[in-house]
Design a protein around this ligand. Structure first.
Ligand SMILES: Nc1nc2c(ncn2[C@@H]2O[C@H](COP(=O)(O)OP(=O)(O)OP(=O)(O)O)[C@@H](O)[C@H]2O)c(=O)[nH]1
Ligand SMILES: [Mg+2]
Length: 431
């Protein structure tokens, strides 16, 4: 998989731009670099201004080129970076020339894959890099940067090392006489395992929060037809994105828009009003509303009068307050799209719910779908070990070792090609 072909790709964004960054990675790229800078010697990490010519002597572009010698590069191999003008024609010409030098275009995530195999990054660092490249808000940037620079990796390594130590001690209890072992070793390793278990459980509890931070906090507006859901949606996103009309059943599909609130990314969705559907399309729309509710972090339930039952997990909004005289219920928020009444209160309530779920998530160990499953498996093994086999050190040690293997898979220390493939294919070209 980690072959020695020289690969290249555009590392900057596609499209017309002032500058393009082309990254090349491979073994022994010194002579290629000297050809690029038209010199017989070079200094690593030094920026060279050069007139890059093709093999007929025609000028391709004026560029800057830098050579990063292995292992002091992103991939751990020799890396050349060429900064050319950003025109697609220039980039294509440089690509053609590189192809003629037996280099090939990189696959998605291939630079990071090489960095991983050269021990420059583990899989949690790569997860952080993927999240950083996707980051739209400041909180997402903070969280991703934390993962990318090894904070998650440190936590997982620490857990794994503790597990290896516990299983080694458990094995020692079987192999050595009590006099040769530290005092109360048996209770010590059980306590240690229980501590670990509670740390892992804490991390898993934060999953919803870190997921909402990384992918966006999902808010869905629901309610009966005509109560003003689309009007509220438009007000919150600040544009007339959704159609508003006095015809009941105007919104038939889910309309979504991303907004930023307090540095967090929010995915806000307007939905089809819930009623006994009369036609097939409306029925599908209402089905979609139910799916949105299932995937949401917060439901804003819109009514025009106070319902008999209020669900405390939701925000209950009584809209069209301009038409209501008695506005005394403390458990609901009265709003009016006509007069702007109540929107400050609604925003505060939304922010409170967001902070409740995501407070501190940017500094917590980040968990994604991949790591969630492995972490849950590790917890399972620790649970079996402590609940069933705390007196049987042979089987106890075996389960702790399994738990350590699951953490190893999170880091990519124990890696299967499916895990690596799934991770690297999420990266873009040039990374
Ligand atoms: N007086 C008053 N009218 C409102 C208010 N909010 C919305 N409306 C009106 O109520 C009607 C329905 O509004 P929509 O926003 O389309 O309602 P909806 O809940 O999205 O309706 P469906 O998509 O059909 O489910 C429109 O005529 C709006 O102008 C409000 O606060 N006060
Ligand atoms: Mg609507």
């Amino acid at each position: 998989m980690n072959n020695c072909e020289t690969i290249f790709a555009l590392s900057s964004a596609h499209g017309k731009a002032g500058v393009a960054v082309i990254r090349i990675s491979g073994n022994d790229l010194g002579s290629l670099f000297e050809r690029i800078i038209n010199k017989n010697e070079h200094t690593p990490r030094h920026a060279y201004y050069t007139n890059l010519h093709d093999d007929n002597g025609d000028l391709i572009d004026n560029c800057i080129a830098i050579y990063f010698n292995a292992p002091y590069s992103f991939t751990g191999e020799d890396v050349i970076e060429i900064y050319s003008h950003g025109a697609p024609a220039v980039i294509n010409k440089i690509f053609d020339w590189l192809r003629s030098k037996k280099c090939r275009i990189a696959e998605r995530g291939e630079f990071s894959r090489r960095a991983f195999y050269n021990n420059k990054m583990d899989l949690t660092d790569v997860d952080g890099l993927i999240a950083l490249l996707d980051a739209q808000t400041d909180k997402q940037r903070q969280s991703a940067l934390r993962s990318m620079t090894g904070a998650d990796s440190k936590i997982y390594n620490n857990w794994r090392n503790q597990m290896i130590e516990i299983s080694a001690y458990a094995a020692a209890i079987l192999d050595y006489s009590e006099d040769d072992l530290p005092k109360n070793l048996d209770t010590k390793i059980i306590d240690k395992t229980k501590n670990l278990l509670s740390e892992l459980n804490n991390a898993v509890d934060g999953f919803r929060g870190t997921r909402a931070l990384r992918n966006g906090f999902n808010i869905v507006l629901v309610g009966e037809t005509n109560v003003g859901k689309s009007s509220i949606f438009n007000k919150l996103v600040g544009s007339n994105r959704a159609i508003v009309s006095d015809i009941a059943g105007t919104t038939r599909d889910v309309v979504s828009q991303q907004i930023e609130v307090d540095g967090y990314l929010v995915n806000l969705s307007d939905t089809a009003g819930i009623r006994e559907a009369t036609d097939t399309i409306e029925k599908i729309g209402i089905e979609r509303t139910h799916n949105e509710i299932e995937n949401s972090d917060l439901v804003i339930h819109v009514y025009n009068e106070v319902p008999k039952q209020i669900n405390n997990d939701e925000i209950t909004v009584i809209n069209k307050s301009d038409l209501i005289k008695n506005k005394t219920n403390k458990n609901v928020i009265y709003t009016s799209v006509k007069t702007n009444d109540g929107f400050d209160k609604l925003m505060t309530a939304i922010k409170d719910k967001m902070h409740e779920l995501m407070a501190g998530a940017e500094s917590r160990v980040a968990i994604n779908e991949r790591t969630f499953e492995l972490l849950t498996n590790a917890i399972n093994e620790l649970n079996i070990a402590t609940n069933k086999y705390s007196g049987n050190y042979d089987i106890f040690a075996e389960h702790i070792r399994h738990a350590a293997d699951f953490i190893g898979k999170i880091l990519g220390i124990i890696t299967t090609s499916e895990i690596a493939d799934a991770t690297f294919s999420r990266l873009c070209l040039g990374k």
